[in-house]
Design a protein around this ligand. Structure first.
Ligand SMILES: [Ca+2]
Ligand SMILES: [Ca+2]
Length: 277
């Protein structure tokens, strides 16, 4: 170290005042040199380019970039798995009736039996049931109450109904009309007999029938306003228009007719056309 200090002091002595660039260096001890200045040497020649260094460590991850433009639509994928079954839908509207199916095969032959008489009886009973059903239907429709009537009587074309309610002539006709008929109008002997038999069977002595001369004295017509037929069944001495007040007609149990006052109240017979019942 002492040798280097000596060299330095000598350099200072020679060059200190002439060198423009000078740099103050470290203070040296007082006893070695009062002012010691270190001066760098001349710049050397550039060295040769070094070899490429080893790759550096990877840098930090940068911030995310801007979203790119929308890509092209991809191709249709393959069919996925079936999903779970959904809840049951609402019940639909009932459809139209289908066409009738084909005729079925014939059944097994029945067991032979001596049934012919029974079959005949059953057939007759079927007919009776049908007739009774019709009569019952008629009675239900025509009557205020079955107790008011003794029953019905039929001919080929008429149904007669004996009504056991005492009414005046006009009210009796209103009753019959309200059920689709009229007071009974015997237009021939057979009809007259049927009505008379009906009255007799019921134990009655007189009923109103549908004949009157209300519009023109002595000119009798049917209650439906049609003119009298040639048939009549007046009791001897009738019609006599007694007290000048007999414009309606009753039938007695013998089947004979008598003109009587219309305000009398008595039972009566209605008639209905069979094809309307
Ligand atoms: Ca009269
Ligand atoms: Ca009379």
């Amino acid at each position: 170290m002492g040798g280097e200090k000596l060299v330095a002091c000598m350099l200072v002595t020679v060059l200190s005042l002439t060198l423009m660039r000078s740099v103050y260096g470290q203070h040296m001890p007082e006893e070695a040199c009062s002012v010691q200045i270190l001066v760098p040497g001349l710049k050397g020649e550039p060295g040769e380019k070094g070899e490429k260094g080893a790759p550096g460590r990877p840098g930090k991850v940068g911030p995310p970039g801007e979203p790119g433009p929308l890509g092209n639509k991809g191709q249709k994928g393959s069919t996925g798995h079936y999903g779970k079954m959904g809840p049951a839908g609402l019940k639909g509207i009932k459809g139209d009736m289908g066409d009738p199916g084909p005729k079925g095969p014939n059944g097994e032959p029945g067991v032979p039996c001596e049934c012919a008489p029974l079959r005949k009886m059953i057939g007759e009973m079927d007919i009776q049931v049908a007739q009774l059903t019709n009569e019952l239907k008629f009675i239900k429709n025509a009557l205020p109450s079955p107790a008011a009537v003794a029953g019905i009587k039929e001919t080929d074309s008429k149904v007669y109904l004996l009504v056991k309610e005492e009414k005046r002539y006009r009210d009796a006709e209103v009753f019959c009309q309200g059920r689709g008929g009229h007071l009974a109008m015997p237009k021939d002997a057979a009809a007259n007999r049927a009505i008379a038999g009906y009255v007799t069977e019921a134990g009655l002595s007189r009923v109103y029938i549908g004949i009157n001369d209300l519009e023109r004295e002595g000119h009798f017509v049917y209650v439906e306003r049609s003119p009298m037929t040639t048939f009549s069944k007046w009791r001897e001495g009738e019609p006599n228009n007694a007290y000048d007040d007999e414009d309606c007609v009753e039938m007695v149990s013998s089947g004979e007719w008598i003109d009587v006052a219309c305000h009398l109240t008595m039972y009566f017979v209605c008639e209905f056309d069979k094809d309307k019942v």
